[in-house]
Design a protein around this ligand. Structure first.
Ligand code: NDP
Ligand code: ZN
Length: 356
């Protein structure tokens, strides 16, 4: 089977020898209709400290909308020919940790809820398997386009996970650090949760424009001085109620803590920090350990219900994630170009999609 994946532990590319997946009793076999590379794929492949190295023939990808081509005999809700959204995170709902509400790392091992491309092959193949269709595939509501559905499986999901963990109350002041596709969805989600002021940190002009459209009230550039000083100046020295980290390198972690208010502040991180060293926390900004600031770190939520709920919001016109897409390709073979675009991040790129 043709796929985009690992040629060897250090190289990725088009391969024609990926094993053809076989349908399982609760599973469904799908072919991608549209797929998107993620900044996380880029990190997994190009960050030499990433532990996600895979054997030759291993298929990449965790963002797809697919057409069902075969279902197992135990599948109840899905049928052949249906076009569905495929959540990036698809835990095994039989894992023990699920009953402890641990949906992202439920086996007790890191990232065990993210099975696509980790414990079984990813979606960048001519065909891919979803092991448990009824719990993991998401029905696309009427009125939601394939591109909007595709943006929901990870970009909306991750941005909104950041928002869910940020404890936003009506009238709060929120800062979103990073306004790539994930941060832009965090801006949209923070507005929907009732934030009053939303300060967005980023520089690319189309991201800045879209951040304003999704609800940012203020824009801060990390290229024009310390972002902590800029956010404190905008908030009369108090800081914001919540900070969502959706971009930037190691220093943003301490900056997020420093710009978040004492006593009730929440820092919600969905960002990836590369390399295998330590993150610094400024002690004074943490009140020497007594500042009353809560820090959350999380992988995006997943599963059928979560992604169906996100798409229901799109269907009802609450926001349009389709605006994230700036680059489109047509044909499976373009997946490598799309992947390299996500790695190189030209100024006009927000998110790219490959229609198959
Ligand atoms: P992008 O690279 O498209 O966006 C990154 C943003 O961060 C840009 O707005 C960029 O600004 C900004 N930025 C860069 N450097 C700094 C800095 N020093 N200070 C402040 N802001 C900075 O990333 P994505 O939106 O695609 O992804 C965001 C993060 O989310 C990634 O780390 C990704 O791996 C992670 N992720 C996490 C998931 C999860 O499950 N937790 C799932 C999916 C993604 P500029 O406008 O200048 O480019
Ligand atoms: Zn992703």
């Amino acid at each position: 089977m043709k796929a985009y994946g690992y040629i060897d532990a250090d190289h990725v590319g088009m391969i024609d020898y990926a094993p053809m997946p076989k349908v399982t009793p609760y599973g469904a076999l799908l072919r991608p209709v549209a797929m998107a590379p993620c900044t996380s794929d880029v990190h997994n492949v190009f960050d030499k400290f990433s532990p996600t190295r895979k054997p030759s023939g291993w298929v990449l990808g965790h963002e797809a909308v697919g057409e069902i081509v075969e279902v197992g005999e135990m599948v109840q809700d899905f049928h052949v020919g249906e076009i569905v959204a495929v959540p990036a995170i698809t835990p095994d709902w039989r894992d023990r940790g699920i009953q402890e509400h641990n949906f992202t790392h439920p086996k007790g091992t890191p990232f065990s809820g993210q099975r696509l491309c980790k414990s079984y092959p990813g979606v960048f193949g001519e065909f891919f398997l979803m092991e448990d269709a009824d719990t993991s595939l998401a029905k696309i509501p009427e009125g939601v386009t394939i591109e909007q559905a595709l943006m929901c499986v990870d970009m909306v999901s991750t941005g909104f996970t950041g928002v869910n963990n940020a404890n936003i109350q009506f009238g709060d002041w929120v800062c979103v650090i990073g306004i790539g596709p994930v941060g832009l969805m965090a801006v949209a989600g923070a507005k929907l949760k009732g934030a009053a002021r939303i300060i967005a940190v980023g520089t690319r002009s189309n991201c800045v424009k879209l951040a304003r459209e999704y609800g940012a009230t203020d824009i801060v550039s990390y290229k024009e001085g310390d972002i902590v000083e800029q956010v404190l100046a905008l908030t009369d020295g108090r800081g914001v109620d919540s900070t969502i980290i959706a971009g930037g390198s190691d220093e943003v972690f301490g900056q997020a803590i420093a710009m978040t208010c004492f006593g009730k502040g929440t820092i919600s991180n969905v960002n990836y920090f590369g390399k295998a060293d330590c993150l610094e926390i400024p002690k004074l900004a943490l009140g020497r350990g007594m500042g009353g600031k809560t820090i959350h770190t999380e992988l995006t939520q997943g599963g059928r219900v979560w992604v169906e709920r996100l798409m229901a919001m799109v269907a009802c016109g609450r926001f349009d994630p389709g605006k994230l897409i700036t680059h489109r390709f047509y044909g499976f073979d373009h997946i490598e170009e799309a992947m390299f675009l996500m790695r190189d991040k030209p100024d006009d790129l927000i998110k790219t999609v490959v229609h198959v």
